[in-house]
Design a binder for this molecule. Structure first.
Ligand SMILES: [Zn+2]
Ligand SMILES: [Zn+2]
Length: 259
């Protein structure tokens, strides 16, 4: 059984950790597969332009450098931790209302895909680029600003364009996704260290990038789980200089050594 997290942000968009730091954190905590999925934000709206102005998006111009760093770190992750690192992005269209906003992961991405234009065309481009598509946090979230209902409201129309739906994302579960019997994954939407203990995917397949992508594309052998949280909500959240405490469910987790 593989422990996987296919929704992880780095400093290439709004994550707190660099890709090498992510590889060490997820590798040391014995994850088998992760995907780096930084935001590719649309640039054809005011909100999108603001995100680009704040450098919160991977762009067409820096995509090759982003992809090259993932490739480099994927080799190191495999050599050091026997962990798979997939390249991806989170195609991000934010509108003034959640009903019109859509976020979708594109996993196994080799080339840049724009988030401009209609959402359906964005997903079609991701499929044409060979990526597996995942509807992110598709229903009501505890963080209201992250509510993105566009895909959920059109789930029948977009069914062929969306390979998987997040049944679980960060600390939220979406029972509607289960009731609708949609193919699902669980992801942490990792932005910072405390999110290491959020929702994950369990999968039963060979531990190779191609087998992982094929299982995702087929929606076969997938489950969701959460790691025991050493920092429950009532507890203080650690600051970034504080090393993580060992996590009991992940055998052999080694506390990161301070540099
Ligand atoms: Zn998102
Ligand atoms: Zn995200």
């Amino acid at each position: 059984m593989l422990l996987a997290d296919f929704h992880v942000h780095s400093t290439w968009s709004d994550g707190r950790l660099s890709i090498p730091e992510l590889v060490d954190l997820f590798g040391r905590s014995r994850h088998d597969a992760i995907a780096i999925t930084d935001h590719v934000v649309n640039s054809d709206s005011l909100l999108g332009k603001i995100a680009h102005g704040c450098r919160l998006s991977v762009t067409k111009d820096n995509f090759d450098a982003y992809r090259a760093e993932i490739e480099r770190e994927a080799r190191r992750a495999w050599d050091t931790y026997r962990m798979i690192v997939l390249a991806g992005c989170e195609l991000t269209r934010n509108a003034l209302t959640g009903r019109r906003s859509a976020h979708a992961l594109a996993l196994g991405l080799e080339r840049f895909v724009s988030a401009d234009g209609p959402v359906e065309e964005m997903l079609t481009r991701a499929h044409e680029a060979g990526a597996v598509t995942v509807a992110c946090h598709p229903n009501e979230q505890s963080d209201w600003f992250a509510n993105t209902f566009y895909l959920w409201d059109r789930r029948k129309e977009v069914a062929k364009l969306v390979d998987l739906w997040e049944l679980a994302c960060r600390w939220d579960l979406f029972p509607q996704v289960s009731r609708a019997r949609l193919p699902y994954v669980g992801n942490s939407d990792f932005h910072d260290r405390p999110h290491l203990y959020a929702w994950k995917t369990l999968m039963s397949c060979e531990k190779t990038p191609n087998a992982v992508l094929a299982a995702l594309r087929a929606g076969k052998g997938l489950g969701v789980t959460r790691l025991p949280d050493p920092f429950p909500a009532a507890a203080r959240v650690p600051d970034e200089t504080e090393p993580l405490r060992p996590c009991t469910i992940v055998p052999g987790f080694v506390e990161p050594v301070a540099a």
